[in-house]
Design a protein around this ligand. Structure first.
Ligand code: ADE
Ligand code: ZN
Length: 325
């Protein structure tokens, strides 16, 4: 029998896409308000429907077409934070893509950012959840587009925008193509992460570390196929933002039992647990913890330790970290 994990256990979540956390009913509501026909992205139960990872990205982008104004993003941020707070999340970091908020235009981005920040401030006051933002170009949109996005990030680094990352199709382009964007973000003082080792194998993780000089890796789970890399992650204290349910639903691994998170942890890699795009994967952080407890016998003490590691790797200031830890 696995230990029951208290659903109210305070949690930190480092890997969450703002648009990917949009409840399907919320997106349907926006589509109706704006007369946008995206009925094809939903299944008969009203959930998001997609065949595989690449189709998932298309459905994701179709859902994003309904998010048009700063007010849409204000409402989205509040809806997402309500769900996270109900999951016991007290600290979250969210990927937010100027690609979907003004397309890299700095004036427009500031307006979207103000709306998102207002919602985050309101959620902190009313729900006790703290949110930080990681500006994230979309890799398959190409290196050229990543440059104005990095400039948007650099110009708006502050209380809310604390990090820079990259998401999207990991097999598109090479990390080398994004060094300009990452250098720009680093020089502005932003903390860095990159999606790697979800689909691109262990080499993709090595490339992200070597070329983008990130301190965290989004997913990174395929590092398990290269034990020298696993040792490097452990020695260098690189934190992995692991999203087991996402990996299982998208077919990176067939089930939780074959997921490498426990093996990575046994080899002293800092692993943390997140949901990625929870409604797309029919998951919540509570469900992730329950499944990990059932399959690997992890206890509340294990989850507390992983949450402490998450806060140590969080892209926030020391005062926020100390308040939450
Ligand atoms: N964007 C949203 N979810 C993603 C994932 N799991 N991998 C890459 N890009 C994403
Ligand atoms: Zn992700």
């Amino acid at each position: 029998m696995s230990e029951r994990i208290d659903p109210a256990l305070p949690k930190a979540e480092l890997h969450l896409h703002l648009e990917g956390a949009a409840p399907p009913a919320f997106i349907r509501g926006l589509a109706k308000e704006k007369s946008i026909d995206i009925a094809g992205i939903f299944d008969e139960h009203g959930g998001y429907a997609y065949r595989d990872f690449w189709h998932f990205l298309e459905v994701y982008e179709a859902a994003c077409t309904t998010l048009q104004t700063p007010e849409d993003f204000r409402r989205l941020t509040l809806a997402v934070l309500e769900d996270r707070a109900a999951d016991g999340v007290v600290y979250a970091e969210t990927f937010v893509s100027p690609d979907f908020c003004g397309g890299g235009d700095l004036v427009a981005w500031r307006e979207y950012l103000q709306a998102i920040t207002e919602a985050a401030d309101e959620a902190e006051r009313t729900m006790g959840i703290t949110l930080k933002g990681i500006v994230t170009p979309i890799r398959h949109f190409g290196p050229e587009k990543s440059r104005p996005i990095a400039q948007c990030a650099a110009e708006t680094k502050g209380h809310f925008i604390t990090g820079f990352g990259i998401a999207g199709d990991e097999k598109a382009f090479h990390p080398k193509d994004f060094t300009w964007a990452f250098d720009c973000a680093r020089e502005a003082g932003l903390r860095l992460t990159a999606h790697a080792g979800e689909w691109g194998g262990a080499q993709s993780v090595r490339d992200a570390l070597d070329h983008l000089k990130v301190e965290r890796i989004g997913h990174g789970v395929q590092s398990i196929d290269d034990l020298a890399l696993v040792d490097r992650l452990a020695e260098d204290g690189i934190t992995l933002e692991v999203c087991p349910g996402s990996n299982v639903v998208l077919g990176v691994y067939p089930d939780f039992a074959s997921h490498p998170i426990a093996r990575l942890r046994e080899r002293e890699v800092k692993v943390t647990i997140s949901t990625d795009d929870p409604p797309f994967f029919h998951t919540t952080l509570v469900k992730e913890y329950e499944e990990l407890a059932r399959v690997f016998g992890w206890t509340e003490e294990d989850f507390r330790a992983m949450n402490a590691d998450a806060m140590r790797a969080a892209f926030c200031d020391a005062a926020t970290r100390d308040r939450i830890l």
